[in-house]
Each structure stands twice: as structure tokens, then as C-alpha cells.
Write a protein that binds this ligand. Structure first.
Ligand code: GRF
Length: 236
């Protein structure tokens, strides 16, 4: 097996996606290794979770730096110190500057709680509900200069159920995120999903089952939880 790709996760808060990545990478056969976690907020709950799992953490607060460039520079220096090959944004709530993004382009990924290109930005679940969506989900994409705009690597869809509110929908999407992100990071770490000419190039898989999961997936446990008859009645 090739060397596992050294991956650093950037967080700002809860860190549940970070936790899912750490869990996946605890399997030595997984193609990425989580070598560090960086937070821009000292009180991010994810920092304690990472430390408890033996992952080195570092806080790089925006307020300690004169400007965005200097803050990005400190993050870049920390990534170099970790020997990072891949950067995974997981609920990192700050927009990274152009220099940083260009440097890491093709090697930096993000998870967004909506089926991009729909619902870029914040409050995705409330907006999906307001729009009357029957299907919602999450996307892992390469990070490019425009926010939530980079080439899509993988997506997971979940149904919007009658009676859903922002919380119930967010919880269903989050479950999908925790399955999708490890899958997508694995594809990038293995070189099966690459960014080329502004697009994602996916490897041809030997078997269709693998190919399906890389494009659109409905994670099994979610499928089981969904009452299909109920769904059939509400989805035209
Ligand atoms: C997730 O919904 C992610 O998609 C979005 O921010 C949230 C972070 O949650 N970018 P967590 O910190 O991973 O629990």
C-alpha cells in the first residue's frame, strides 16, 4: 500500500465531521492519516475530542494576527510543521484568502450541508425547507476561490420528510455527512478523485458498486430508516 496521506483537519466548533474522519483513519487500511487538528477558536469542542484520541491540536486565533494574510500564513506554517499533504475543512467558519486557497488547491476539501450548487452559504437547512425541497443532502468538494463553489467530489442525498423542522433535517443530513466525508477524503487520498482543469476527475472503478458510491450515495442506514411507503405518498 502507498503511504497514507498526511491530513490536517481545520475546525471552528463541534467537530463531529472531524470525529468521523478520525474514526475512519483509525483503520490502518484507510488511505489518509489525521496528523493534526487546527482550530481558529480556542473554545471549539472538537479540540478536546481530538486530544482525547491522541491527535495533536493547535489553536490559531484570528485575533492574534494583524490581518487575514498573517492569519492564513500562520495556518500554512502549522500545516508545514504537521507535514500536511491534504487539508480537510470540517465546519471551519472562516473564509481563507486567495493566496492560501491557490497554494492548497486540489489538496484542500470541504464539506457543505446542502446539495451544491444549491444553497451555498449559511442556514442551508432552513432555506431548503423554505424552498419546499423534497430532497436535501450534503456535498464534499475541492476548495476554490469562490465560497462553496469548487468541483464536487461526492454527494449524499436524504429525503425531506413531512413535519421536518430545521433541527430534524439538520440531524438527518449530519448523519449522511459523517458517512460521506470519510468516503470522499478516502477517494482524494487514494488519488481516485483529482482536481484537473477546474473539474473533479474520478477514476474509473473496476466495479459499478464503487462507482455509484463516488457520485451519489444514499447511505444504507438512512435508507433503512426511511419509510419508503410514506415517502412514496409525499413525493410526486
Ligand atoms: C457541518 O454541517 C458541515 O457541513 C458544515 O458545518 C457543520 C460542522 O459541524 N460545514 P461539525 O463541527 O463537523 O460537527
Amino acid at each position: 500500500m502507498n503511504a497514507r496521506k498526511r491530513t490536517v483537519v481545520l475546525i471552528s466548533g463541534r467537530g463531529s465531521n472531524m470525529t468521523a474522519l478520525i474514526a475512519a483513519a483509525s483503520n490502518p487500511a484507510y488511505p489518509a492519516e489525521i496528523v493534526g487538528v487546527i482550530s481558529d477558536r480556542a473554545n471549539a469542542a472538537g479540540l478536546g475530542i481530538a486530544a482525547a484520541r491522541g491527535i495533536p491540536t493547535k489553536v490559531i486565533s484570528r485575533s492574534d494576527y494583524a490581518g487575514k494574510e498573517a492569519h492564513d500564513g500562520a495556518i500554512d506554517a502549522a500545516l508545514a510543521a504537521f507535514g500536511a499533504e491534504i487539508v480537510a475543512l470540517a465546519g471551519y467558519m472562516r473564509i481563507l484568502g486567495a493566496r492560501f486557497v491557490e497554494k492548497w488547491q486540489g489538496r484542500m476539501v470541504n464539506i457543505h450541508p446542502a446539495l451544491l450548487p444549491a444553497f451555498k452559504g449559511l442556514d442551508t437547512h432552513a432555506r431548503a425547507l423554505r424552498a419546499g425541497m423534497r430532497i436535501h443532502g450534503c456535498t464534499v468538494h475541492f476548495v476554490t476561490l469562490d465560497m462553496d463553489d469548487g468541483p464536487i467530489i461526492a454527494q449524499a442525498a436524504v429525503p425531506v420528510m413531512v413535519g421536518d423542522n430545521e433541527d430534524t433535517l439538520a440531524a438527518r443530513v449530519l448523519k449522511a455527512e459523517h458517512r460521506l466525508y470519510p468516503l470522499a477524503l478516502g477517494l482524494v487520498a487514494e488519488g481516485k478523485a483529482r482536481m484537473e482543469g477546474g473539474r473533479t476527475v474520478l477514476a474509473h472503478f473496476a466495479d459499478d458498486a464503487d462507482n455509484g458510491t463516488s457520485v451519489v450515495m444514499a447511505p444504507d442506514p438512512l435508507r433503512e430508516e426511511t419509510d419508503l411507503e410514506h415517502l412514496a405518498r409525499i413525493t410526486p
